[in-house]
Design a protein around this ligand. Structure first.
Ligand SMILES: [Fe+2]
Ligand SMILES: [Fe+2]
Length: 234
């Protein structure tokens, strides 16, 4: 057996990235809730441990077979490359997609709001999330990531300490974003489309679910990989 119940959820995803799909399918939070042992996460959701471990081992075996030899292990990659991945893939996604999704959420609120009052709540929750994320990624790119890059190049302990001092606040903001994503999922009853939904409605829900999945991967790389590595520096 590769995995066991005392392992932390976030460490399992760091070791086997495709496991994130499995956790998502079972509704287990692996990014902000990544610090819990697998046992606790399964108990909380009432999921049978044997069954879950078997699926996890299967996902791992499939991943091993398909493994791209050039796939990067972010636990070992240089900080510069990990940060390039976070900014180039995940922050860039947010900069491109948040305005697009905003237009969709606004449109369905205006068109369908009269028959679906929960869309007012969705509109408000999404725009709260958008505002928070816009500031959050800006903050990471201005105050934290440059210091990590400098630390990697020069070994400057002062730069590392400045970056470390920001991490608790960033983690709290991740929790806030995770809570809003969960609230949006509740508002939309797990993104269940009503019978009178149009194509725009369907597209909006699809994009919101993509946003959620992208955020889970993004926060995972920060909370479970980057931040613990920085904190473990001698
Ligand atoms: Fe980020
Ligand atoms: Fe972040």
């Amino acid at each position: 057996m590769t995995f066991h119940l005392d392992q932390k959820v976030g460490d399992i995803v760091a070791e086997c990235p495709p496991a994130s799909n499995l956790f998502q399918r079972y509704g287990i939070d692996f990014c902000c809730g990544g610090n819990r042992p697998l046992r606790a996460a399964l108990e909380q959701k009432g999921i049978a441990a044997d069954q879950f471990l078997a699926e996890l081992e299967a996902a791992y075996a499939t991943a091993q077979k398909q493994a791209d030899p050039s796939a990067v292990d972010w636990r070992k990659a240089p900080y510069g490359e990990l940060i390039d991945q976070i900014v180039g893939v995940h922050h860039q996604y947010l900069r491109t997609e948040l305005p697009v999704i905003s237009a969709y959420v606004t449109k369905i609120f205006h068109v369908h709001g009269p028959h679906h009052p929960e869309l007012a709540r969705l509109y408000q929750q999404f725009h709260q999330l958008k505002m928070e994320l816009d500031m959050h990624i800006q903050d990471e790119e201005a105050r934290v990531f440059p210091r990590v890059r400098t630390y990697e190049k020069t070994g400057s302990r002062a730069e590392l300490d400045e970056a470390l001092a920001c991490l608790d606040e960033l983690e709290q903001e991740h929790q806030g974003a995770g809570d809003l994503l969960a609230a949006m999922r509740e508002t939309t009853r797990n993104y269940t489309l009503p019978a009178d939904a149009c194509g725009t409605y369907a597209m909006t829900f699809q994009k919101l679910q993509e946003l959620e999945a992208n955020m889970f991967q993004h926060v995972h790389l920060e909370n479970n990989v980057l931040f613990p590595r920085l904190r473990a520096e001698p």
